[in-house]
Ligand binder design. Structure first.
Ligand code: NDP
Length: 444
């Protein structure tokens, strides 16, 4: 870490000591930017890191909800518009009880660099609420989305800020959010949200994009570090995990385990269709899997506390799922590659451990960028009033993931780093673009 980076982090800790996740994300970022900061001493004079780590705008608002039985609940809504140097703010909305300002800021901060890596003109943002859609009825979710959008709508727009889905926000929620937005502004404006239904401006392949993109990135890594018949653990069983599993199986890889927040399943013939049915249709737990699939085993607890021989781990659940102890279990499983489908599922101790073991680690901002890239492709289609075919979108997504892999390696070469230092490669490549745009646009 450079002295400048250390001073900036100390400043953030002094100002917002309770924002653990945000401090963690900034520490990882600034540490890996060290070679670039050393090569550009002028960044300190320009206060680039101070400007980069302060959101342009952070909106917090109340979201009241009347439940089906007439009780009143009040949730907290957020939209952190972090950086728009290279385009309109773009980033998902998360509905989960753990949502707070620190998590919104960490996600918005990471989104800036991820979006820059996609090569598409989009800035970084994140939003959401501490509302839990899993413990509310369909009608309550609909009323919550309408209440949330009743405040959010004045802060977003196709050229201002374009939210999308994230944990707890899938096609159903995006539909309700868009319906309320349209009602409030009084006209059709599909470019204001991405992840929409296919009949009102959604893009084919958006649902699959993050998981598919993750596996496209993995394919690039495997070209340089071949593993015969790789066995994969994929944690999570939501949008990212499911489509990572689908694409992995299409590539001929073996998915040996998947998980959810309560437990995990192991199954050499893992039936992703059954996982989809349980999660997407029934919205239930994976404990139902063995009986429904007719094979496989369910275990309570984390998949990373168990010993499951594998070659590749794709963490696709949530942040900080893997600490140093779990990273040790992953190494003991025989895994040689960890590529993040989720945002920051590995803490900094876990990442340091992988590095020490000589394992290959790909951070989420590179490996899971396929989702936001395809969201930007949805924005392009909305602007053109066109719909591309699944194969057209998928081919562009594939090309973007290959390009991101290339950008990471190019940045490593430029600063004399190992070609598979994907943390430094992604951070330097993404930050380089944003910083260049910020400097060109004056003091903001
Ligand atoms: P979903 O809500 O669809 O799925 C989340 C999954 O993670 C669920 O299976 C959930 O289990 C599981 N999970 C939640 N908490 C834990 C926990 N503490 N331990 C283990 N598993 C847990 O979310 P997404 O798939 O959309 O997102 C997953 C991750 O990927 C998030 O970090 C998100 O920010 C990131 N991401 C998502 C993108 C997208 O396009 N959707 C794009 C880029 C990143 P349960 O079913 O029991 O709730």
């Amino acid at each position: 870490m450079t002295d400048y980076g250390t001073r900036v982090i100390e400043g953030i800790k002094a100002r917002d000591p309770q924002q653990k996740e945000f401090i963690q994300a900034v520490t990882e970022m600034l540490d890996s930017l060290s070679p670039m900061l050393q090569a550009h001493p002028e960044y300190e004079r320009m206060a680039i890191l101070e400007r980069l780590t302060e959101p342009e705008r952070a909106i917090m608002f109340k979201v009241p909800l009347e439940t089906d039985d007439g009780r009143l609940e009040v949730y907290r809504g957020y939209r952190v518009q972090f950086n728009s140097a290279i385009g309109p703010y773009k980033g998902g909305l998360r509905l989960h009880p753990s949502v707070n300002l620190s998590i919104m800021k960490f996600l918005g901060f990471e989104q800036i660099f991820k979006n820059a890596l996609t090569t598409l003109p989009i800035g970084g943002a994140k939003g959401g609420s501490d509302f839990d859609p899993k413990t509310h009825s369909e009608a309550e979710v609909r009323r919550f989305c309408a209440s949330f959008m009743t405040e959010l709508y004045r802060h977003i727009g196709p050229d201002t800020d374009v939210p999308a889905g994230d944990m707890g926000v899938g096609g159903r929620e995006i539909g309700y959010l868009y319906g309320q937005y349209r009602r409030l502004v009084g006209h059709s404006e599909p470019g204001v949200l991405t992840g929409k239904g296919l009949t009102f401006g959604g893009s084919l392949a958006r649902t699959e994009a993050t998981g598919f993109g993750l596996v496209y990135f993995l394919q690039e890594v495997l070209k340089q570090h071949p593993i015969a018949n790789p066995r994969l653990i994929i944690s999570g069983s939501g949008n990212v995990a499911i489509y990572a599993a689908v694409k992995a199986q299409q590539c001929g890889y073996t998915v040996v385990a998947m998980s959810d927040s309560k437990g995990y399943i192991t199954d050499p013939q893992l039936d992703v269709a059954t996982v989809r049915k349980i999660k997407e249709q029934m919205r239930k737990g994976l404990d139902l899997y063995p009986q429904m699939a007719g094979h496989g085993t369910y275990h309570a607890g984390s998949v990373y506390d168990a010993v499951i021989p594998c070659d590749v781990v794709l963490p696709c659940g949530t942040q900080n799922e893997i600490d140093a102890a779990r990273a040790r279990n992953i190494a003991a499983d025989g895994a040689r590659i960890v590529a993040e489908g989720a945002n920051m599922p590995d803490n900094n101790d876990a990442i340091a451990f992988y590095r020490q073991q000589g394992m290959i680690f790909v951070p989420g901002k590179a490996a899971n960028a396929g989702g936001v890239a395809t969201s930007a492709l949805e924005m392009t289609q909305n602007s053109q009033r066109l719909s591309w075919t699944f194969d057209q979108v998928d081919a562009k997504l594939h090309g973007i993931m290959q390009d991101i892999h290339g950008q990471c390696q190019k940045a490593c070469a430029e600063y004399g780093l190992a070609p598979d230092d994907y943390v430094a490669g992604a951070n330097i490549a993404g930050a380089g673009k944003v910083i260049t745009a910020m400097i060109a646009q004056g003091l903001y």
